[in-house]
Design a protein around this ligand. Structure first.
Ligand code: SF4
Length: 405
């Protein structure tokens, strides 16, 4: 590549490419994709054992699955995260706020000022006001960063979480009682997992809003509600301080959600081609730390299999492991043009290879979840060259039909 684009120029190239897909055939696009910030967000697997077995769970966690991260794994990840330029670590894929993960949550809290984290909880921990207060006292004692807005507590809820609304009442009330000087809008948000039932979503959102106002004071302003079929966002403005946000999380037919009837008719099973798949703006951004400390690249909503570890955070430096990922041609290909490109590559090494499924993630995990396929793609790229192969791929794409990214 002859010239070096500025960050501003690279952002413009990537934005423009969405409107004018022909840009995807230029050197500027390649440079902008390859020089993007990568591996900036980590997910620490808190299960797969979970205190719920939600029917929509993308990672198929449940009480009968075995495994949690050890405190050692959590410590080794968090102590190195800042130096490795990790922007954010989510405690997810299992339930963090439970006795088995308490020590890990304490470690994440103590590091949260230098290595921001998101504790993603299902709210089961708050079955009584006392248990909710006890957990917030624990976070307070462990110096959780309640003030900067970079560390967050996200309460997931929705139709398939078997959690009574009283738990959300307990969470909000416990925050008001234990953290009276903190502004809940800075660190607390709710995420409603959508299962396509608009009326149910609105009823549940309203029930949680009532618990917010009951704990933090009467609404100053009416909540801002955007309701468009099944899409909405809510801002609750209680008493004083920042708004408490309620996000809308989508649910795809992956993991256990494959079995949900509600997807019938919405997602047709079909054989994919690279032309059916969009180039995700986030490919290459996320990595997963499995509960044993093994690290792999990850897509945004489902982890890959454990057989492809690039290293273990308990035995090696995190920076070294991430740099090993960055040097890997398979990762570079994924970062450059996401799932469509790695699918194309898998078909170059095996012309018979096809994926039949319902969503893009089916293709991503069929290709990148297989260590054999990764090895074949690596060898292929060694022979053919990454950029040269990408150019052939981009030439082959029917840019007129690009699905919206
Ligand atoms: S969706 Fe969350 S709470 Fe439900 S089983 Fe999966 S990890 Fe557990």
């Amino acid at each position: 590549m002859a010239k070096k684009l500025t960050i501003k120029q690279m952002r413009k190239v990537l934005r423009d490419a969405e409107k004018h897909p022909k840009i995807m055939r230029t050197w500027d696009f390649i440079e902008s994709r390859l020089r993007r910030v990568d591996l900036s967000d980590g997910i620490l697997e808190m299960g797969p054992n979970c205190n719920l077995a939600c029917p929509h769970c993308a990672t198929e966690c449940s009480p009968i699955k075995k495994g949690f991260p050890s405190p050692e794994t959590t410590y080794n990840l968090f102590r190195q995260a800042n130096k490795a330029d990790i922007e954010h670590i989510s405690l997810s894929d299992g339930e963090p706020m439970r006795p088995e993960n308490r020590e890990s949550v304490g470690i994440a809290s103590r590091f949260s000022h230098q290595s921001p984290c998101c504790i993603m909880t299902n709210g089961v921990f708050a079955s009584t006001l006392e248990s909710a207060e006890e957990w917030f006292e624990f976070l307070k004692q462990n110096n959780f960063d309640f003030r900067s807005g970079r560390s967050i507590l996200t309460i997931s809820f929705g139709k398939t979480y078997s959690v009574p609304v009283q738990n959300y009442q307990n969470i909000n009330q416990a925050i008001a009682n234990i953290l009276p000087k903190e502004d809940p809008g800075v660190f607390l948000n709710y995420k409603l997992i959508n299962l396509g039932d608009g009326l149910d979503n609105v009823n549940r959102a309203n029930a949680v809003l009532r618990t917010i106002y009951s704990a933090f004071g009467k609404p100053r302003r009416h909540e801002y509600l955007v309701y468009n079929k099944n899409h909405f966002r809510v801002r609750a403005y209680p008493g004083k301080g920042k708004s408490i946000k309620m996000y809308f999380g989508s649910c795809d037919p992956i993991g256990r959600a494959r079995n949900l009837d509600l997807f019938n008719g919405h997602f047709k099973k079909r054989e994919f081609t690279s032309n059916d798949l969009f180039i995700s703006t986030s490919s290459g951004k996320i990595f997963i730390v499995f509960n044993n400390g093994d690290i792999d690249i990850c897509n945004s909503s489902a982890q890959f299999s454990r057989e492809n570890s690039y290293g273990n955070v308990n035995h090696e430096s995190l920076i070294e492991i991430l740099n090993r990922i960055r040097r890997d041609k398979v990762f570079q290909a994924y970062k450059l043009a996401g799932t469509p490109f790695v699918y194309y590559l898998a078909q170059q090494v095996d012309p018979e290879f096809r994926v039949t499924g319902k969503v893009r993630q089916d293709v991503t995990s069929s290709v990148l979840g297989s260590s054999k396929k990764r090895g074949q793609i690596r060898e292929y790229l060694k022979q053919e060259g990454l950029i040269e192969t990408y150019m052939r791929f981009a030439h082959f794409l029917d840019l007129r039909k690009r699905p919206k990214s």
